[in-house]
Design a protein around this ligand. Structure first.
Ligand code: DAK
Length: 254
């Protein structure tokens, strides 16, 4: 498939999706988001891809493209299709990691929030400046941010539009890791995840994502059902046999 606003590279069972509108600091226009949507359909179905990394050279993304939004009517704003794509990323059956350099603002940071992990450069500049434009984060930010950093910190970031750097982001849980070269660090984490049993990762992700939304009884029942499904995989047999035979498991991803 061909893309104009993103670049996809595949190596070692890892697909790297690079946002590619450098002149506007990777501002997310409708075309780019539509390409991301297609890319995640493709990568979710691609048996060679075990982990997806989202990144952008120099900058992650300075938010939704403001020139796309300025004249929207309320009806058009409702149709401004970001949230479905971000949900698709959040529910991708494979681990998704954001490697953040430079700016990750507004819809750009919301994209990172849709990923399972965020690894940032210490001097990355992250935040939700929407309030300064007369709006608030509308692509999942008001829901995903409080789940990560708690209600008061989420309100502080969204109400003030403050832009924070790596150490503060790490301390409050907005990012999970800091690295001078976030892409390199992300790739080595992605390699580690790519060697894990893919079905167990996928079903664990479903359960953990549900933990953020469901009551515990529903979550535990879902966990029990997904856990039982693992016993239909060859990776479960391989993992347990390898333990008994005192060797390293080799997971086929099935
Ligand atoms: N949109 C459009 N163009 C942008 C942009 C953006 N978000 N950010 C940067 N650019 C463009 C600049 O206009 C400039 O273009 P030229 O003038 O060269 O043509 C170029 O990128 C370089 O930017 P600067 O010259 O401004 O560079 P500086 O280093 O001086 O400043 C900056 C960098 C990131 C501080 C500044 O560019 C800036 O403040 N940018 C805007 C950041 C921002 O407000 N982001 C939040 C946007 S609102 C929803 C879906 C999505 C959203 C909401 C709802 N629904 C589904 C309901 C999301 C909303 C947002 O993200």
């Amino acid at each position: 498939m061909s893309y104009e606003n993103i670049i996809i590279r595949k190596e070692n069972n890892i697909a790297t999706v690079s946002l590619n509108r450098p002149k506007s600091l990777n501002a997310l226009n409708s075309e780019l988001v539509a390409e991301l949507d297609r890319a995640f359909d493709e990568l979710s179905a691609d048996s060679e891809t075990r982990v997806v990394v989202i990144t952008g050279e120099k900058n992650f993304a300075a938010g939704a493209d403001i020139t796309n939004m300025v004249e929207l009517t309320p009806e058009e704003a409702r149709d401004f299709a970001f949230s479905d794509t971000y949900d698709k990323i959040a529910n991708c059956p494979k681990p998704v990691i954001a490697a953040i350099e430079g700016f990750a603002l507004g819809g750009g940071m919301e994209l990172a929030l849709s990923c399972d992990f965020r690894i940032a450069a210490p001097n990355a500049k992250m935040g939700f400046p929407e309030i300064t434009l007369g709006i608030f984060p509308g692509a999942g930010g008001t829901q995903r941010l409080p789940r990560l950093v708690g209600l008061p910190k989420a309100k502080r970031l969204i109400f003030t539009g403050a832009i924070i750097r790596g150490e503060e982001a790490l301390a409050c849980g907005l990012v999970d890791g800091l690295a001078d070269n976030p892409l390199e660090e992300t790739m080595s984490f992605a390699l580690e995840l790519a060697a894990k049993p893919a079905v167990a990762l996928k079903l664990a992700k479903e359960c953990i994502n549900l933990a953020a939304d469901a009551d515990i009884k529903t979550g535990i029942a879902y966990e029990a059902s997904n856990w039982a499904r693992l016993f239909a995989t060859s990776d479960q047999k391989e993992g347990m046999r390898a333990f008994i035979e005192k060797r390293k498991p080799e997971f086929a991803g099935k």
